[in-house]
Write a protein that binds this ligand. Structure first.
Ligand SMILES: *Cc1c(COP(=O)(O)O)cnc(C)c1O
Length: 470
């Protein structure tokens, strides 16, 4: 029963320590973006001509730092000093080791949901005391590894809890991992069905409102002295803040009930997940973390009385606004009276937008071949990707300055779940990702992920096994 407090650094934790906030960047994000596009062309990261790269992805590192600082500040302002808080980054939102490292330097740990994500967190130097393992389908081997490393685990269901029981019974040593139960508060869906985690029939977690569930959960906690956490992830894109907050309140109420049944503070930490929605319609970073904390304080004021440690697992809201895709317009044509720009950015980078355009609309910005914003009376145009199916469109009939071959388009707000969730259609390679920082008007780029090479693509496609099926 030696579950560590949430903010303790483990001995193997080689991650960078939080450092004071850097000087605030004087340039607003939109100004930094325009500078970055122009400089990306000038420095040859992307360009209009044969021989230039047709596609590149950028991450605004100052923006990511600002978001991490806003998250930390919003919770710190609401909690009594000394309350243990661990903010983790949901790795699936932007699974790049240098990004995890940047966020670790800003004081964040990692929320992981696969062996691959755990390996990325470890490669970034994020220690086990700052890592949380969630996944609805953890294998026994994954659970065994997590328990051996002392990584926090949130069990999703009864069968997983029985596996954890067996692993703990088989190991006479103390339980080093903080272990929790993922609760589905069944508070209802948001605007996007596929992303609503808290519906009555969601695949995630222990249902709270099913017949007999509550009593079963309280008993399960009472019987297991090493169960010290409750977890919920009740928000996501499309879920209004009061609805997310209702889910968190339900889990806080359950924690109080467990602790009353045990007769002391057995549940010492509540993991409230992530799920803050992102505004894809403009540069405004709304809703803010402060808005979310305010909604939580309204719904569950006792969550902030310092009697529970908190863990958070934000993903999209930390990086989405800070990612940018820049792609060349290879051709421009008119079909059936509709102007169409054929670009290099499509379904491989914006999979959700292409398959569910009404749910995941993206902004498109027009630049000329030198990376200067295009002027000109807006004209309704389709912006198409390079993939060989008709629906590979980033936007339909979008009013934009007329696009021509050799222009560039940029797609903002793509720093989470877009270019780092690559879709391998048509064997389109993963493009390079560069971080950028603006210092005194100069733009400095740093390669965060190289472009996938054609030989690497062939290898991934079984190139070393050419004759295997003969
Ligand atoms: C995806 C996920 C998150 C992060 O969600 P965002 O909407 O990106 O903030 C957090 N926790 C769990 C368990 C998740 O599955």
């Amino acid at each position: 029963m030696t579950a560590e407090t949430v903010d303790s650094a483990s001995p193997e934790d080689t991650g960078p320590r939080p450092e004071p906030d850097p000087e605030p960047d004087p340039e607003p994000a939109a100004v930094r973006r325009d500078l970055a596009v122009r400089e990306a062309v000038r420095q040859g990261l992307v360009g209009p001509d044969e021989g230039d790269e047709p596609l590149v992805c950028l991450l605004d590192t100052a923006g990511i730092r600002d978001s991490a600082a806003a998250l930390t500040a919003a919770f710190a302002a609401a909690l009594p000093p000394g309350t243990p808080v661990l903010h983790t980054f949901a790795v699936k939102a932007c699974p790049l080791v240098p990004v995890l490292r940047l966020l670790a330097a800003a004081g964040l740990g990692c929320e992981v949901a696969s062996a691959g994500e755990l390996a990325l967190a470890r490669a970034a130097g994020v220690g086990q005391g700052r890592t949380v393992l969630d996944s609805p389908a953890k294998t026994t081997a994954e659970l065994r590894e997590a328990l051996a490393l002392g990584i926090a685990v949130n069990a999703d269901n009864r069968q997983e809890l029985e596996r954890i029981d067996a692993l703990i019974a088989a190991d006479p040593g103390p339980v080093r991992s903080p272990i929790g139960l993922r609760i589905n508060p069944q508070t209802g869906a948001g605007a996007i069905d596929a992303l609503s985690t808290a519906t009555a029939t969601s695949k995630f977690g222990f249902a709270l409102r099913d017949e007999g569930a509550r009593a079963w959960l309280v008993r399960a906690c009472v019987e297991r002295p090493w169960l010290t956490r409750l977890h919920t992830h009740s928000g996501s894109q499309g879920v209004p803040l009061p609805l997310i907050a209702r889910g968190v309140r339900a889990v806080h109420e359950l924690a109080e009930e467990v602790n009353a049944a045990v007769g002391r503070r057995r549940i010492d930490t509540i993991d409230i997940g992530g799920g803050l929605p992102v505004n894809f319609a403009s540069d405004a970073a709304t809703p803010s973390y402060a808005d979310y904390v305010a909604a939580l304080r309204t719904a569950a004021p006792a969550l902030f009385d310092g009697s529970y440690g908190l863990v958070t697992e934000f993903g999209r809201s930390l990086t989405a606004k800070h990612g940018l895709v820049i792609a060349r317009v290879e051709y421009a044509k008119t079909t059936g009276g509709r102007p169409v720009a054929l670009t290099h950015a499509g379904v491989q980078l914006a999979t959700r937008t292409v398959y569910a355009p009404a749910v995941w609309p993206v902004r498109i910005l027009a630049y000329d071949g030198r990376g200067v914003p295009k002027e000109g009376a807006p004209l309704a145009q389709d912006v198409a990707g390079p993939a060989c199916f008709a629906g590979d469109l980033l936007a339909e009939a979008r009013p934009l300055p007329p696009l021509d071959a050799g222009d560039l388009i940029a797609v903002p707000d793509t720093g989470a779940y877009f270019f780092t969730a690559h879709y391998g259609y048509n064997s389109l390679p993963r493009p390079a990702v560069h971080g950028f920082a603006v210092e005194g008007g100069a733009v400095r780029f740093a390669l965060a992920r190289p472009a996938q090479s054609v030989p690497a693509l062939v290898e991934e496609a079984g190139g070393a096994h050419r004759d295997a099926l003969l």
